[in-house]
Design a binder for this molecule. Structure first.
Ligand code: ADP
Ligand code: ADP
Length: 226
């Protein structure tokens, strides 16, 4: 079973810029997968389409065998997305940001509160639950985005450049955390332009360049070629 299958995905932005030129990609359930590529390659566009924030020009995506376009809500329930840019309200309280997201996924009452507590604790943010998010450091904001993406316990977690601009200590602890949730059965896809990050974490990789997949192999095979 594939966590995600992408077929012939194209994206041309309204200004005529061609960002994706027919992407095909399969990621197996339980994989830890890296989408590598230089800036401007099309990584964020791909994630934007998966998270339904960006509309594809053509092509299809299925998540655990279900088509994203025809089963949008169902597929969204099995997806957690950590975008590159902070996109929560700076004035909302940390706890409320996670609790609100739980509500989007249909979690209610006690369960929503328990999950919020669980993931804020896991990401070391429970003490900050009553703080407004603008008071958080960059690393804490990054952790908050991960807590928010996990509150509904998705089967597939996708992170866009999760450790960009993060100090080495936090990077290491994020790596450990991601490895742990992957070990417990969550499929993870991350984008990165650090080969080292992929090398440390990922079993399989694809390299995207100028909107095309130019390599799709195991991390071990890639390292053998370098
Ligand atoms: P990456 O995440 O790999 O850095 P992106 O997916 O952000 O790449 O960008 C792919 C290409 O699409 C880049 O050339 C970028 O300039 C362009 N692009 C991204 N977003 C937009 C947009 N909203 N409108 C026009 N072009 C865009
Ligand atoms: P909006 O109408 O505000 O765009 P959405 O339901 O698209 O509402 O998203 C609400 C918030 O949740 C946004 O900040 C968005 O980035 C984030 N989000 C959307 N889809 C997902 C997802 N699958 N996993 C995690 N966060 C998501």
């Amino acid at each position: 079973q594939y966590a995600i299958s992408i077929r012939d995905l194209h994206k041309t932005y309204d200004n005529g810029h061609v960002a994706l030129k027919g992407i095909d990609l399969d990621v197996r359930e339980n994989d830890f997968f890296a989408l590598l590529g230089p800036n401007g390659a099309g990584k964020s566009t791909t994630i934007g389409i998966i998270s339904t924030l960006v509309r594809a020009t053509s092509g299809s995506i299925s998540i655990f065998g279900k088509d994203l376009q025809t089963h949008t809500y169902e597929t969204k329930l099995s997806l957690g997305i950590v975008p590159q840019e902070v996109n929560f309200s700076q004035f909302e309280k940390v706890g409320d940001i996670v609790l609100t997201q739980a509500g989007y996924y249909g979690l209610k009452g006690k369960l929503a509160r328990e999950r919020t507590e669980k993931y804020l604790k896991k990401l070391d943010l429970w003490d900050k639950r009553d703080n407004r998010s603008r008071m958080l450091s960059g690393g804490m904001k990054r952790r908050l985005m991960i807590a928010r993406a996990l509150v509904h316990e998705p089967r597939l977690l996708i992170l866009d450049e999760p450790t960009a601009g993060v100090d080495i200590e936090l990077r290491r602890s994020m790596w450990e955390f991601l490895q742990e949730i992957n070990n417990r059965g969550t499929t993870i896809i991350l984008t990165t332009h650090y080969l080292e990050e992929a090398e440390n974490l990922c079993r399989n990789i694809a390299i995207i360049n100028h909107g095309e997949i130019v390599e799709n192999t195991s991390m071990r095979a890639l390292l053998g070629k370098l």
